[in-house]
Design a binder for this molecule. Structure first.
Ligand SMILES: Cc1cc2nc3c(=O)[nH]c(=O)nc-3n(C[C@H](O)[C@H](O)[C@H](O)COP(=O)(O)OP(=O)(O)OC[C@H]3O[C@@H](n4cnc5c(N)ncnc54)[C@H](O)[C@@H]3O)c2cc1C
Length: 414
């Protein structure tokens, strides 16, 4: 058997791909990372960047990887989650203090998180970064995976033990392998913006269900631009048919409608940054692996953002796959073997299914106008608020601490 160029080749340097390279920093794995779009420069906190809610469990994974200290400087802690249903009586509250945790999760701008991970990747001796580069083709057999790529307008060929598809929701690797997907569109679009409210956020994240879909308001860190008031991240889900109109509203009109939908629990909405819209769909690959190929992150699953779990699920793919690869290398075994890939698929299956079912159920039940469904969900919210067992279960799931946890989630090194 000839020496392969790399142990693994990661296609896609988004959050999932860069996280995997960082997770394997001390493992001795020889890694090639391909990214087609050059990494962005650092951005100052502002009003035009999308944010992401990281579950507490994800922060622990980043901590074990040695990057949480940098990320935490840009992160606002979520201490409480208030869930309510507009126009109905049901409401529930999850609190970090109930379980003795420092936070349920954290909100960080994707640009800051991406920048920190990209910086770390560029410092790692065991990672060769090909950027801008694009995977053109690949083929695999028992002995390895052969990859053809274009790097700086030149065609190159590389061999590796494992190809990791971290190339996002439209994964070309998944498509080339003809891996079928389960997919549906919700007929809803998320309108994202950063807003200012007159009241301080006090670490509270609001999840408010309205008849068009959920509306989330998340705490954010301060910004030099936020002179009077408090910066928060808004994810406002609306019907597809309303998108053009909502995106065309003046800022003033947008803030008035938002105030009317959300009420005054966060004070007065006084400022809104640039709005972006994302059509919502759910996609799950029927298989997370193929011969010498593993899918991670959005390439394997794309969720409705209702519970802010998409990347949190992806970082757990990273933690499990990194552990299996590191163990294989220590044992002198093949890091792309069928056995390793079967273990990866088996260990991720339950979490993928549970999180997709959970997110999908919440998205559907809380957009359903039928009176029996409304009654059932109101009772569900009341039960959630009053039954400690149910609350504890949901809190653990939201925090990314449910089920069997990989080493990185338990604060252990890879
Ligand atoms: C409105 C909204 C709100 C969300 N909120 C949350 C939240 O609160 N919490 C949460 O956990 N998740 C959230 N998510 C989900 C989260 O944003 C995604 O799960 C995450 O960004 C996906 O990261 P990824 O690296 O898997 O994919 P991507 O970010 O899509 O990265 C894929 C990378 O691969 C590169 N690439 C693609 N093809 C090739 C190729 N052929 N060759 C080389 N490179 C290639 C791309 O350039 C890109 O950099 C939200 C999503 C949306 C839409």
């Amino acid at each position: 058997m000839h020496e392969r160029d790399y142990d693994l080749l990661i296609s896609g340097g988004g959050l999932a791909g860069c996280s995997l390279a960082c997770a394997l920093a001390g493992s001795g794995a020889r890694i090639a990372l391909l990214e087609k779009t050059p990494f962005r420069q650092a951005q100052a906190p502002g009003y035009d960047e999308r944010s992401i809610a990281l579950a507490y469990g994800s922060s622990r994974i980043f901590d074990s990887m040695g990057v949480w200290q940098d990320i935490s400087r840009h992160a606002a802690a979520i201490q409480d989650i208030h869930i309510s249903d507009r126009g109905h009586f049901g409401a529930a509250r999850l609190a970090a203090s109930d379980g003795g945790h420092e936070a349920l999760g954290y909100v960080v701008e994707i640009s800051s998180l991406g920048y920190i991970l990209a910086q770390r990747v560029q410092q790692l001796d065991n990672v060769d970064l090909f950027m801008p580069a694009q995977l053109l083709d690949f083929s695999s057999d028992d002995s390895g995976v052969h990859i053809v790529l274009e790097h700086e307008a030149e065609r190159r060929e590389l061999d590796a033990s494992l190809l990791v598809a971290a190339d996002g929701a439209q994964s070309t690797i998944r498509e080339k392998l003809n891996i079928p997907v389960r997919e549906w569109h919700y007929g809803q679009t998320a309108v994202i913006a950063n807003v200012t409210t007159s009241a301080a956020h006090q670490g509270i994240a609001y999840e408010r269900f309205t008849d068009s879909g959920p509306l989330a308001l998340l705490p954010m860190t301060d910004s030099a631009e936020a002179t009077a008031g408090c910066r928060r991240a808004l994810v406002w889900t609306i019907h597809d048919a309303e998108v053009d109109e909502v995106m065309a509203w003046s800022d003033q009109r947008f803030l008035e409608h938002l105030q009317e939908r959300f009420g005054f629990r966060a004070g007065r909405f006084t400022h809104v940054g640039q709005r972006q819209s994302f059509p919502l769909r759910l996609m799950m690959a029927r298989r997370a692996t193929d011969q010498r190929v593993a899918l991670i992150g959005n390439a394997a699953h794309t969720l409705h953002p209702v519970a802010g779990q998409g990347f949190n699920l992806g970082i757990r793919d990273v933690a499990v796959l990194a552990e299996l690869i590191a163990d294989a290398l220590v044992a002198g075994a093949d890091s792309g073997s069928n056995e390793l890939l079967e273990q990866y698929a088996r260990q991720r299956r339950g979490d993928h299914r549970n999180m997709i079912a959970f997110t999908d159920t919440v998205a559907r039940v809380f957009s359903n106008p039928l009176p029996p469904v409304i009654l059932a969900r109101e009772l569900g919210l009341l039960a959630l608020d009053r039954l400690p067992g149910m609350k504890g279960f949901l809190t653990r799931r939201t925090m990314g601490l449910a089920g069997r946890l990989p080493r990185l989630s338990r604060g252990l090194s890879i």
